[in-house]
Design a protein around this ligand. Structure first.
Ligand code: AMP
Length: 402
């Protein structure tokens, strides 16, 4: 961004304005918009104009009964007014994504002005990464900016394919995306040690690739949440009615064996808060995680587990956290996740680098008001996970390609 001269130029910028809306189409959480503001402002202040592209929802999956797009519900015009207020400049809206009107409005855009194109996903060519559609989008601007990290793992027209129509010096990451890449890079290349990965959440099957990858990266893996019970059962423990993936027992043992061979320490929760049903108002008690009585299920990690996990976290110099330690949506089963969030914040204060990434752990850290006390909270969800898994993201590759 900083090396590009935007003076008199039109930046065509992919952002993630897929914001939640209420029934009256008011924006209920503008985080994603706020995050894109520095990149947009940079172009405007440098004397350029900005043409914005984004998707909003899944309009093609939710067509009206007559087969047409529900424009009223999915139009990106829902964001224009708020965006104008945030930027303090005129924001125009173009009722099509590409076409004659889009071409005309883009051509007439003056420096310092912003144009929002209609929802990219109104066109089926978007998700197909159609070359012709990508080229039409590319013709609207002089410089391509991608600041939508959350969709960087998708090879769609506006997130990836259109980049090839710009010479290398005229395509760039925006500040938000640059920041995400920089932080992921920091943990993936030359991390300070000990390096600890904290994983949790519901299922082992969702995290297999991640766990395998961690075996080659980290010194310690802490496993909490529902996925811990598959490991407990694999080791011969009694887990009552806890969440379990019986078809993953062998895999769990295999992961434990590989970890031992590679010298990676795996920490499972010694004890659990167990409940008599999956309910916020369930009765609960603490038991060892491998001696859970029939009819009871582990919904959070217990005090012994919290203490042992905290000790590992305290001594770590790099920490990645993905996935809650329990059913943190229910207050009686949120303590484990809270304690781990505090421990990560404390380790960060003591000089550790901490990255929290992936849906629910981000929600947990935000809920506890600790987002500013960890080094970096990734908004990238799936994109961040794929990056940590070592996959090459098409949206990143397209910007860096020769
Ligand atoms: P994930 O999307 O895989 O990170 O999983 C997050 C979900 O896992 C959250 O909604 C949690 O409530 C749920 N979860 C965490 N621990 C447990 C548990 N012990 N039993 C059932 N669900 C859990």
């Amino acid at each position: 961004m900083k090396n590009i001269n935007f003076q008199g130029k039109k930046a065509i910028m992919r952002v993630d304005f897929n914001v939640p809306l209420d029934k009256q189409y008011n924006i209920t959480d503008d985080t994603r918009m706020r995050e894109a503001i520095p990149t947009i402002k940079h172009v405007l202040e440098a004397g350029g104009a900005v043409i914005l592209m984004s998707h909003l929802g899944r309009p093609l999956d939710k067509l009206k009964e007559d087969g047409s797009i529900n424009v009223e519900k999915f139009t990106l015009n829902h964001v224009t007014k708020h965006l104008a207020e945030m930027l303090g400049v005129t924001v125009k809206f173009c009722p099509e994504t590409v076409g004659e009107t889009a071409t005309k409005m883009a051509a007439e855009l003056n420096p310092g002005e912003v144009l929002v194109l209609e929802n990219t996903r109104f066109q089926k060519q978007e998700e197909k990464g159609d070359l012709e559609f990508s080229s039409q989008l590319a013709k609207l601007g002089d410089i391509y900016v991608n600041d939508a990290f959350g969709t960087a793992h998708r090879a769609h027209a506006s997130t990836t394919v259109m980049a090839q129509f710009f010479p290398k010096e005229n395509r760039t990451f925006g500040f938000l995306m640059e920041n995400e890449i920089k932080h992921a890079d920091k943990v993936l290349n030359n991390p300070a040690r000990p390096f600890t990965a904290i994983t949790g959440g519901a299922k082992v099957s969702d995290k297999i690739v991640l766990l395998e990858r961690f075996l080659d990266l980290v010194d310690n893996i802490i496993i909490g949440g529902g996925m811990a019970y598959t490991f407990m059962k694999a080791k011969g423990g009694k887990i009552g009615n806890s969440l379990v993936e019986d078809d993953k027992l062998d895999l769990a043992l295999e992961l434990l064996r590989k970890a031992e061979a590679k010298g990676v320490k795996i920490y499972l929760p010694a004890d659990s808060i167990v409940a008599d049903k999956f309910d916020a108002a369930a009765n609960y008690q603490t038991t060892l995680s491998n001696e859970i009585p029939d009819g009871w299920m582990g919904l959070d990690i217990g005090e012994k587990a919290v203490n042992s996990f905290k000790n590992v976290i305290k001594d770590s110099k790099t920490i990645i956290w993905n996935g809650p330690m329990g059913v943190f949506e229910m207050p009686n089963f949120a303590n484990g996740t809270k304690a781990i969030a505090v421990a990560v914040a404390e380790a960060t204060k003591g000089g550790a680098f901490s990255l929290v990434g992936g849906g629910d752990s981000v929600a947990a850290v935000n809920q506890m008001g600790l987002a500013d006390e960890v080094s970096f909270v990734s908004t990238g969800g799936g994109a961040m996970l794929e990056m940590l898994e070592g996959k090459e993201l098409p949206g990143i590759k397209a910007i860096l390609a020769d």
